[in-house]
Design a protein around this ligand. Structure first.
Ligand SMILES: Cc1cc2nc3c(=O)[nH]c(=O)nc-3n(C[C@H](O)[C@H](O)[C@H](O)COP(=O)(O)O)c2cc1C
Ligand code: SF4
Length: 510
């Protein structure tokens, strides 16, 4: 009697691989051979629950059942059906509470299978876009309420419209895949788990704005994502999705990858454009905006990976469907990345509006160390710290802004009560000093003076806190870009919220 083929899904995502997914995949193939079992091994992206990686799903014809974290030793019991299961992934609370629009396919499909992509809703958005005028496409993006997911939260439709309306012989779409913010990995996860989604989003951006060429500027620290994007671009080209006459239409779009050399400031859009053009990664003064004069002096859309990868679902399901989720002017969903000292770290995509405390405690499960949460930093190295008494803050652009913070690329890094916030403030200044492009004085010199001033506070200099506040105001108001301009946010929030760590009373820190 021949056994039906068992489908086994193992992530090829680099976080899962770092936790042993390749060894588990090998063990599955070995064990299947030894037992003469017919197994189809499918490598997928991650489902985003990093504490359960390597997470393996088995489908014996009755749906996918999850196991995790799996070690090679556990493979025989999993194939016997005697190992403890997590049940279907969709029933795991961390997953069940999500609204997956951008990440709907991530972890489900084989990232390099275009047929798999199409079976799960891929290319519906592009086919619809090909029936629309550029103006109607831009209106669709505007109506969705999509705002830039890279950090600044600028309305994507307005940026596209500026490029669309600017006359030029050439225009470009540049995808910002530099993902330098601490505790963030959403860009990497989607590029490794659903790369065609980003390609489809870039093609739609090109059609809407009149750009026939795109670049993905990706950090060199992402070798797996680089390899997967590279292969998926080739597959897309062979399938007639890229190049001339996209999907048989009279439209063209070509794209390629450019690998950065590892500077945080090269995530800033103008610095990125310099680097893309082979120049040193220094910030350009604005104006002119990149939308008017960007890559190679031509009108350019610079958008984050998640902004562009969200475009296909907006065109697939309609702007109104997307805009129906969210809070106030923060429309749609956000792939929130929960990291640091946290029990359940991973990617949680949800409509804007969930209170920060729910994300940290209910979803994240509190600290991994089991100690009380002291602070969370939201929005990368330039984001403010939040203390537990602020955990009712709803996750949204305006709500965070009102509390002196920012959501940035939606990374949440959790710290327990052993964290020393003076050291964290010092680190913020040190980071700025190391990563500064050097173009403007408040950042280049200010960050160095910031480190020295915090050292003076640590040494008990009573005049130093006022000096630090003054310095932070100068950096905030006088810096050319947000690296120098936002470094004061983590520094001042640490000082304000945790005066004890600075040897101060609450009044002295105000
Ligand atoms: C120092 C600095 C670093 C940045 N790093 C990134 C980054 O890694 N990825 C990103 O998408 N945006 C980053 N940004 C924001 C970009 O300048 C820009 O706003 C963004 O790419 C626009 O795309 P969006 O509108 O889709 O968010 C950074 C900004 C600054 C000031
Ligand atoms: S703030 Fe810093 S990184 Fe930005 S332009 Fe000035 S020196 Fe360069």
């Amino acid at each position: 009697m021949t056994h039906p083929t068992i489908k086994v899904y193992v992530p090829l995502d680099s976080a899962a691989r770092a936790l042993g997914a390749d060894d588990v995949a090998d063990a599955i193939l070995r064990e299947a051979k030894a037992r003469d079992l017919s197994v189809e091994l499918i490598r997928t992206g991650t489902r985003g629950m990093i504490w359960l990686e390597p997470l393996v799903e088995i489908d014996r014809g009755e749906g996918r059942i999850a196991y995790g974290p799996v070690t090679p030793d556990a493979v025989p019991a999993i194939l016997d059906g005697s190992a403890e299961t997590l049940g279907p992934v969709e029933a795991i609370p961390f997953f069940a509470r999500q609204t997956r629009l951008t990440f709907a396919r991530c972890g489900v499909i084989d990232p390099l299978s275009l047929p798999d992509y199409e079976t799960h809703g891929g290319l519906i958005g592009l086919r619809r876009a090909l029936t629309m005028t550029p103006e109607a496409m831009v209106e669709e993006v505007k109506a969705s309420g999509l705002r830039g997911r890279g950090g600044a939260g600028f309305p994507t439709g307005i940026k596209w419209d500026t490029v669309r309306l600017t006359e030029a012989d050439r225009k470009y779409i540049v995808c910002n895949a530099d993902e330098g913010d601490s505790g963030t990995f959403a860009d990497r996860m989607i590029m490794e788990g659903d790369p065609f989604c980003l390609i489809e989003g870039m093609i739609i951006a090109g059609l809407a704005t009149g750009a026939a060429r795109g670049f993905v500027y990706i950090r060199s620290e992402y070798p797996d994502a680089i390899a997967i994007m590279d292969r998926s671009i080739r597959i897309a080209r062979e399938a007639g999705l890229l190049g001339v006459d996209i999907l048989g239409s009279a439209q063209s779009f070509e794209m390629e990858m450019r690998v950065g050399a590892g500077a945080y400031v090269c995530g800033e859009e103008t610095s990125l454009l310099n680097s893309l053009e082979g120049k040193r990664g220094v910030v350009r003064a604005k104006p002119p905006l990149p939308a008017l004069k960007g890559a190679f002096g031509k009108p350019t859309v610079v958008n984050n990976v998640i902004s562009l990868a969200t475009v296909p679902v907006i065109f697939e399901k309609g702007a109104a469907h997307y805009a129906d989720f969210g809070l106030g002017r923060s429309r749609g969903t956000m792939p929130i990345q929960i990291a640091g000292n946290v029990a359940h770290g991973g990617l949680f995509e949800t409509a804007f509006g969930m209170p920060l405390g729910d994300l940290v405690n209910d979803i994240g499960g509190g600290t991994a160390s089991g100690r009380p949460v002291k602070a969370v930093q939201v929005g990368g190295p330039l984001g403010a710290y939040f203390a537990p008494h602020q955990f009712d803050t709803a996750f949204g652009y305006e709500d965070f802004d009102a509390k002196g913070g920012l959501i940035g690329h939606a990374g949440i890094v959790v710290f327990d009560d052993s964290a020393d916030m003076l050291s964290m403030a010092r680190f913020a200044m040190e980071f700025c000093a190391v990563e500064s492009c050097g173009k403007c004085t408040p950042c280049r010199i200010g960050a160095v003076r910031g480190v020295e001033t915090i050292d003076r506070i640590a040494a008990g200099d009573r005049a130093a806190p006022a000096l630090l506040t003054d310095l932070c105001n100068t950096m905030r108001d006088g810096s050319l870009c947000a690296l120098g301009g936002f470094t004061p946010y983590p520094v001042m929030s640490a000082l304000r919220l945790f005066p004890d760590d600075f040897g101060l009373t609450t009044e002295a820190a105000e």
